[in-house]
Design a protein around this ligand. Sequence first.
Ligand code: GLV
Length: 339
Amino acid sequence: MTRLLEQQVRFNYSPKLVPDTEKRKVRNMSFIICDTSGVSQQLYLDRLKALMPEREVQIWPEEPNQPETVKYALVWKPPAQLFETYKNIKAVFNLGAGVDALLEDQMVPEHLPIIRLIDPLLDRGMIEYVTWAVLRYHRLLHLYEGFQTQKQWTPLAATDARKTRVGILGLGQLGQGCADMLCRLNLQVMGWSRSPKDIAGVATYHGETGLNEMLAQSDILVCLLPLTSQTCGMLNADLYAKLPKGAKVINVARGPHLIVEDTLAALESGQLEHVTLDVFPTEPLTADSPLWHHPKVTVTPHIASQTVPDSAIETIVANVQRLEAGKEPQGLVQRDHGY
Ligand code: GLV
């Protein structure tokens, strides 16, 4: 465990034993939940109260009650004001995988550990979506969908999974899960990451040269990178030019990874055959966006992998227990890496 974390988390509390003498201590380790998407706030609250009935749980932006007792923040895109109101927070748990919103403008005070959500159901959701999107391209279903609108009965030549090359940008928790599933479907799987990685069955690449090598072979490119200053705008005309002509791109990371104008131009020229986009620079996607009705674009509303409240809270509670036992939590963010 890092020294910083050791200093911040000096608890010696066993959640199973709550004698009266401990009650004050327990109150002093309560939670604030702030889910500005608003969708699951109550579900988070119910599950947390069920798993840790001895703790106080507050909801943002309700009137704070003894804000100094709050030690843990469970957040999704919180306002910076939260950290001014709850000054004694010791750890910030993100209610999703991507922490870019928390690292933006140094919103979370520098001394606080940020913990991203590593949850089996979040992995599963992403694996399902990416597998669907890749198989749709591999089996040419995006073309058959167009044929159906024309009442066109046109069987195309069979495709061979062993010859379909899929490049995955980003080999973190989600990227590795997707790579593993695609390997099991016999596709040719490649992956690129910041630092070298060794993954059974996957041809791995890193660095600038490695990136170009992988791009040159990617019939289907999946973006699962964290959004950082280095990766922002990476899906642009230069990168598309390095892909085989007629490649397909799937962006399930963050909207700002992709330059919309460059993508439309690459679809127009045929450099890209089709794209699947789950994330957008502005969300919700505005009604006037040309992406909505483009015949070579599939749009989904940022649902590739959605946090499942019960499972997320179970994961976070386990992490709180880890912290209170003096252990390093799973998913501790390295701020200098941006994820
Ligand atoms: C969703 O986008 C997440 O970061 O979990």
